[in-house]
Design a protein around this ligand. Structure first.
Ligand code: DQA
Length: 141
């Protein structure tokens, strides 16, 4: 099974950025950890971009994948274009956030992505990525 993991803006700064909120691990460390947890039958394709259009292109380029895990960063809260891209490709998608977006600033409580996803995981740190992959596997079975 192929799963694409897409990370949005500023997540390339993990490990340096707001470590009280996001922790000390870098995005690459999270990637290595997730790949170490994936069994032989699971291929993780990893992508990060700070650009909305590149994220949309990557969603369009995921037709070879059985699922998408996406942490859209701040785009979560206002990108109808990313929302529409997810809806258009009809690939089961799970929205993930490292932090608990429901217990932070008000603007983070709204996700415009959530309704086109099969689930939303928030506040579990890197474990959220693994849970999201498991959610896709369960959904497919
Ligand atoms: C985030 C939460 C967003 O509100 C924020 O803009 C991020 C990271 C998270 O993983 O907790 O960039 O998606």
């Amino acid at each position: 099974m192929n799963v694409k993991v897409i990370n949005g803006p500023n997540l390339n700064l993990l490990g340096k950025r707001n470590i009280n909120v996001y922790g000390k691990e870098t995005l690459n460390e999270i990637r290595n950890w997730l790949e170490s947890k994936a069994g032989d039958e699971l291929l993780i394709e990893w992508f990060q971009s700070n650009h909305e259009g590149k994220i949309i292109d990557e969603i369009h380029n995921s037709l070879n994948c059985e699922g998408i895990v996406i942490n859209p960063g701040a785009f979560t809260h206002y990108s109808y274009a990313i929302r529409d891209a997810i809806e258009s490709v009809e690939i089961p998608t799970v929205e993930v956030h490292l932090s608990d977006i429901n217990n932070r600033e008000n603007f983070r409580k709204k996700s415009v992505i959530k309704d086109v996803c099969i689930g939303q995981i928030s506040g579990l740190g890197k474990a959220g990525y693994l849970n999201a992959v498991k959610m896709i596997i369960d959904y497919k079975n």
